[in-house]
Design a protein around this ligand. Structure first.
Ligand code: FA5
Length: 383
């Protein structure tokens, strides 16, 4: 706009060719300045040169003040740009009086704007250094932008197998069963003999168990292959009545597939009370299944065999039109009661052992129990 307004002025047209010169050396411009009221001893300045000078001043100040990283640099910049005696702003101010009288009000306004802008840049740099931050070209990485959204904190959660264990413990507690633990490294007595599994039984085969290289005296030790060991340990130390439940890891050299894993969990239940029958066992297992899986779950009991229960059953649940074996159960065999020092004529009871991974898979609709142990957080996050 300004350029257009003055485009008819001959002297300015001539001066425009020297726009980078801050003081016009153009006689015509000087004459113009004198004619319009400038001091005769001062050199005439054309408005375009003046504005270009201001713009260069602002650019240079912004570059330096934006990148200044320490107090001494800031002071140097202050002297260079805003210094009262020989700063660049002061020099530009002196040019003001060389402008044609008609250009002076506009020149003054632009001067004041530039001064305010550079003073603000200086104050910002001062504040930044006082806060201990570096910024600009070199220090950008150190700057904390408090307006940015925070990094979300990833929260872990309880593994679905642990959730299942806790839920089963809760349900069984409501039925009066106390949770107990037993060791994972076992001896022959607790894992086999007290459970009426004799030395020649195939369940003791080294190929079916994880025997340890160490032994306790002559007694080979193994990673327990079932939680029924805990029945024995509890009965050895307590007198009836008993209602206990034990959930923990067991180990078998089974090939991993959709329903098997070499390390898995079992939930063992044991009830020893006068007058206990199979009806009590079935009722407890039904209640556990419907509390854990919902009232509409279908279960069935099939005759089976375990050395330590008589009679014995397999406990299955219906899933997707098929029956899946969840565990074994039965009335505690009199031989087992005798092995722990109980009188089989006085006490009776039932026991059961279910696969935790299988009931968890049934509950969560997981088709392959290996997924529980792949440690893929995208899978685990769903539960
Ligand atoms: C037993 O282990 C008996 N101790 C159960 C028992 C306890 C019977 C008390 C009577 C009285 P079984 O070997 O069938 O039984 O295993 C029980 C359950 O563990 C199986 O039904 C299955 O659900 C689960 N299971 C067995 N092997 C595996 C495996 N490799 N991976 C995952 N789950 C398994």
């Amino acid at each position: 706009m300004r350029r257009e307004r003055h485009s008819g002025c001959r002297s300015r047209l001539r001066s425009r060719s020297a726009v980078t010169v801050s003081k016009g050396r153009d006689d015509a411009a000087r004459a113009d300045a004198q004619a319009t009221g400038g001091k005769p001893d001062e050199e005439a300045v054309v408005i375009e040169s003046f504005l270009a000078e201001l713009a260069a001043f602002r650019d240079a100040a912004s570059g330096v003040l934006g990148g200044v990283a320490e107090g001494s640099g800031l002071e140097q910049a202050r002297i260079e740009f805003l210094g009262a005696r020989s700063g660049r702003l002061k020099a530009i101010q002196k040019l003001l009086s060389g402008l044609a009288a008609g250009d002076r009000p506009a020149g003054g306004r632009h001067f004041n704007e530039a001064k305010a802008a550079v003073t603000a840049l200086f104050a910002a740099a001062q504040e930044r250094l006082a806060a201990g931050g570096a910024t600009g070209v070199d220090g950008a990485a150190d700057v904390i932008d408090v307006t940015l959204p925070g990094e979300p904190v990833r929260l872990g959660h309880v593994h679905p197998i642990t959730q299942t264990i806790r839920r089963v413990q809760e349900i069984m507690a409501r039925l009066g069963f106390e949770s107990v633990d037993g060791p994972e490294v076992e001896d022959q007595w607790h894992n086999f003999e007290a459970l009426a599994i004799p030395a020649e039984h195939p369940a003791r085969d080294p190929l079916d168990n994880f025997y340890l290289a160490v032994a306790r005296g002559a007694d080979p030790l193994l990673l327990r292959s079932q939680t029924s060991t805990v029945q024995i340990r509890v009965m050895e130390n307590r007198r009836p009545p008993l209602r206990i439940v034990s959930l923990g890891r067991v180990y078998r050299p089974d090939t991993a597939d959709a329903t098997h894993y070499p390390m898995f969990h079992q939930v063992e239940g044991l009830l020893i009370e006068p007058g206990t029958t199979m009806a009590h066992l079935k009722s407890v297992l039904r209640q556990l299944a419907s509390s854990f899986l919902g009232g509409d779950v279908h279960v069935r009991f099939r005759p089976s065999f375990f050395p330590f229960t008589e009679p014995s059953v397999e406990f299955d649940m219906e899933w997707g039109g098929r029956w899946i074996e969840m565990g074994g159960a039965g009335m505690v065999d009199p031989a087992v009661l005798a092995a722990v020092g109980y009188d089989p004529d006085e006490v009776s009871g039932f026991a059961f052992g279910l696969g935790v991974e299988r009931i968890a898979a049934r509950r969560y609709g997981v088709a392959d129990i290996r997924d529980f142990y792949r440690n893929d957080v995208r899978f685990l996050r769903q539960f």
